[in-house]
Design a protein around this ligand. Structure first.
Ligand code: FDA
Length: 310
């Protein structure tokens, strides 16, 4: 409950234009802790740096308030440019996209623009042997995202496209089971949006318990699981579960956000686990940065200290 209140307070304050302007003016140095840079080249450099520690990468071009169909298609073009740049730099691209950024919910030429643009992105990723994960957004988008995932999975195959499920939604365990016929590559997260109690568990303990159930069920079904969390107690329990059930270390991976728990990322990789960092980059870093601050007061202190230092 306190977590929810803290998150809501930070996101409300962060949404105010004056705060945004102040942070944008002075905050880039601090944002660099969580965002690799503003260009594909800076993101690619981060991929190379992580590789030295045995950590894989997931590139994410930031951009959430993209409104017109033309902007959505331009955004998809920018993702494709990033795929090309990664391939040219000798990297097999692994990217995440938000379907809303590429036009989900907008009909153009009789088809959902998000689906059209996602197809273009996945087609190019497949040419390079790469992978595209469809991020999960707020709850009104879940049905359409899962339906579009099913379509794209049918067209491109599970080696090239996956999606995300959020443990805070009551519906998610049923959603997971309903996808079993695809043997999908799924990322399990707790969920990052402010959701009402009518659709999401308000208590963190319930979110955490559902998280464990989802990961275990997906492993038991024989599917590849991306365990995306910084929660050490869950990470420990997943390690124990895999050991106890003979699930090999290459049947799942741990995923964490760039700049968060770097120590844990390195330790897990050194212990032979597959670890992938989610590397956000791009000029539109402010909303992403605000959400990271909203996740934990420790990050708010980090920013405040930085701002006070000037
Ligand atoms: P939780 O918030 O319970 O934190 C557990 C512990 O981790 C904390 O006590 C703290 O020590 C540490 N920690 C967590 N966040 C931290 C931070 N920002 N800074 C420092 N320490 C921190 N959400 C979504 O709705 N859709 C999506 O598609 C994705 N995609 C995604 C990809 C990846 C790779 C990750 C890691 C996360 C997401 N998320 C997401 C976000 C996710 O839903 C969730 O908000 C965050 O991961 C924070 O929750 P934790 O699981 O880390 O646990």
């Amino acid at each position: 409950m306190i977590d929810q209140m803290y998150r809501k307070a930070v996101l409300t304050v962060a949404g105010q234009k004056a705060i945004e302007n102040a942070v944008r003016a002075r905050g880039w140095g601090m944002a660099q802790r969580f965002v690799a840079g503003e260009t594909p080249q800076t993101a690619i450099q981060a991929v190379h740096d992580l590789k030295k520690d045995g950590i894989m990468a997931n590139l994410d071009l930031l951009g959430e308030f993209i409104e017109s169909p033309a902007q959505c298609t331009q955004f998809a073009d920018n993702v494709i440019t990033m795929l090309d740049a990664a391939h040219a730099a000798g990297i097999t691209p692994y990217v995440s996209i938000k379907l809303s950024s590429v036009g989900q919910g907008k009909t153009v030429d009789g088809e959902d623009l998000g689906l059209t643009n996602a197809r273009r992105i996945i087609r190019r990723a497949r040419e390079y042997g790469g992978f595209v994960c469809l991020d999960m957004e707020d709850h009104p988008r879940v049905d359409q995202t899962l339906a579009q995932f099913r379509t794209l999975h049918g067209e491109f195959g599970g080696q090239h496209v996956g999606t995300v499920l959020q443990s805070y939604l009551y519906r998610t365990e049923k959603d997971r089971a309903s996808l079993d016929d695809l043997s999908p590559n799924l990322r399990i997260v707790k969920g990052a949006y402010l959701e009402p109690e009518t659709v999401a568990y308000p208590q963190k303990a319930d979110v955490d318990a559902a998280y464990r159930r989802l990961v275990y069920a997906h492993m038991q079904a024989g599917n590849y699981v991306n365990v995306a969390t910084h929660d050490e107690s869950i990470i420990h329990d997943v390690q124990m579960y895999a050991l106890a059930h003979g699930i090999s270390k290459d049947a799942f991976e741990f995923q964490m956000l760039y700049g968060i728990r770097r120590d844990l990322q390195r330790n897990l990789a050194a212990a032979g686990y597959r670890v992938r960092a989610y590397i956000p980059y791009g000029r539109d870093w402010y909303p992403y940065f605000s959400r990271r601050i909203a996740e934990t007061p420790r990050n708010a202190m980090f920013v405040l200290r930085g701002m006070l230092k000037g």
